[in-house]
Design a protein around this ligand. Sequence first.
Ligand SMILES: Cc1ncc(COP(=O)(O)O)c(C=O)c1O
Length: 343
Amino acid sequence: MYPRVEINLEGILHNLHILRSKCEEQGSSLSLVTKVLGGRRQLVKYITEISGITSICDSRVYNLAYFYELDVEKWLIRSPMISEAETVVKYADVSLNSELKVIEALNETAIKHNKKHKIVLMCECGDLREGCYEEELLQIIEKCRTMDGIEIYGIGTNLSCLNEVLPSEENMAEFVRLVEKAEECYGSEFRYISGGASSSIPMLFSGKLDKKINHLRFGEAVFLGNIPVYDKPFENAEINNFILQAEVIELKEKPASPEIPRDDCTNLRKRAIVAVGKQDIDIKGLSVLDERIEIVAGSSDHVVLDVTNCGDEINVGSIISFRMNYNCLLNAMTSPYIKEHIV
Ligand SMILES: Cc1ncc(COP(=O)(O)O)c(C=O)c1O
């Protein structure tokens, strides 16, 4: 059945192994960010069991609910909504937080269920997405001391996801300074200093990540072998772990642009339409594996390809394979119209 995403689990495990070994060499642990798997429990179970990874992160608590039975620590890496506090306390062992009101809601819920919910407090270090500045961070820590349902499990930061601000020796030094202030205020060290995502790989590989950082959260680099922002693979990465396959539903010779009437056109192009579209994927994030084929344009349900350079190799019913960037892959893996096929 098409369209489908072919998934190469061995390639994912290969990337995970390299990154995990690098983290361990540098005294860090790695949590796998599973959001791209769209709650597919069997895949997460397989990857965690084979790799021995003991903690996973997801941005959606509903995905964590699918992983409830799996014997791994589950981190919610998008700040919880107050309205989902019940679900978060039930399905997430840990959540990243930056708002006192949310933490208070988690505290009340945890107390009601006779639980302690672990939180990682997020610091703002320059990317301007989630995270507190120093003053608020210390105020939250003070308040948390009085909360019986909350354990501060760590301090974290996130870069490169919103403004493509990369981890640097400067912003990581600022992060470590905030961590030390937080520990001073708390009176003891935190278990996890969670320093970043796949964009931290160049610093990790070159040994420049501060030794205080003992935890990283990796998604894109494990699944696609790619370092975000740099947009290049890390050394020895496997990059073809997810291939989108779509079927040709029309093949005709047409003018290269709509302004040229067909009968006047001396340069007709062979155009193939495949049955997948903007409703399923981000067309800008697609690239065809066969370099002779060009993507012309797309609409909600169609992607139009120029296959002139392929001779007679492409027909109606042919299957075309595409690589996807991470955003496109996220769309594909959460589209109900695209199935997965494990190789
Ligand atoms: C807070 C947080 N940590 C880690 C990640 C993983 O990022 P990456 O896929 O670049 O490794 C993300 C994004 O998915 C995130 O939002």
